[in-house]
Design a protein around this ligand. Sequence first.
Ligand code: UDP
Ligand code: MG
Length: 312
Amino acid sequence: MQTISLVIPCYNEEESIPLFFETVNRVFTTNFSAEKLTAEYVFIDDGSTDNSLAEMKQLHRKYPGMVHYRSFARNFGKESALAAGLQAATGDYVAVMDVDLQDPPELLPKMLELIQDQGYDCVGTIQRNRQGQSKLRAFLSTSFYRVINRLSDVRIEPNARDYRLMTRQFVDTVLSLPEFNRFSKGIFSWVGFKTTYLTYESQPRVAGTTHWKLSQLFAYSLEGIIDFSDAPLKLATWVGSLSFLLSLVGLVFVFVRALTVGGAAEGWPSLVVIILLVGGIQLFCLGILGQYISRVYRETKHRPQYVVREEK
Ligand code: UDP
Ligand code: MG
């Protein structure tokens, strides 16, 4: 008998949790025979302030062997919740799913088939159209994928969800990466292995609202670019070199003019502009450097990714 672990990060999802369990359980009982394949539910309570934990406990009481939970001492973010879930999962296969049923569980049999029969190590999912998403968001997300794929050394599949099914070997490899700053979209593709993607129409949430604000998405994108590329650092070098070359040209110009036409006392405004420009470029490059240094600092502290308050 084999087991699929379902890793489910939850942050204030009291309404979705029972609906999720009911729906996924139905998919399992209709598609898989219990002697061959069972499910293990690993709910991660990412510091919810509503009754999410109580819902998880209730499910655990009802199905003690099948439903487990790990509850954080505070909200650590979805990346930490994902890491905690992957660590807690014991199954032969591990799926990561949102609790809001935006990741259709009906895809699981097909995903499993791709892994078992076609030898893939990981099956990810891509959302085709993003319902209810503004034009601005769609544009920003397309631009993000374009930029990161140009800059980083791993390919990040555009519009891929976190929803994926992985083999035990794949999960163990992901867990063997010790980094604190975890941009899992990047990590999943960095480890390599054979990965394929299924595409599906986007689904509305069953309950609750999304936790993403535009500013958070922006910060997350920056995180991804800095974690998986050193191109911004190179950019600083290039911008510095370019402005040095320009200043050489300017120097020659000033010299030649002084020798031919004579020195000019004019040019105050342009001088001020140039000082501001050079100062700006320097601060910009320092800022880029700072982004990397702050990540090095965070890594060297070796803090745990999350703190568990209770689990079962
Ligand atoms: N989530 C979490 N911690 C957070 C924010 C979100 O564990 O700090 C969970 C959330 O409960 C959900 C999943 O991550 O199961 C995806 O969140 P959401 O639906 O808000 O994102 P979207 O589907 O809109 O990208
Ligand atoms: Mg969602």
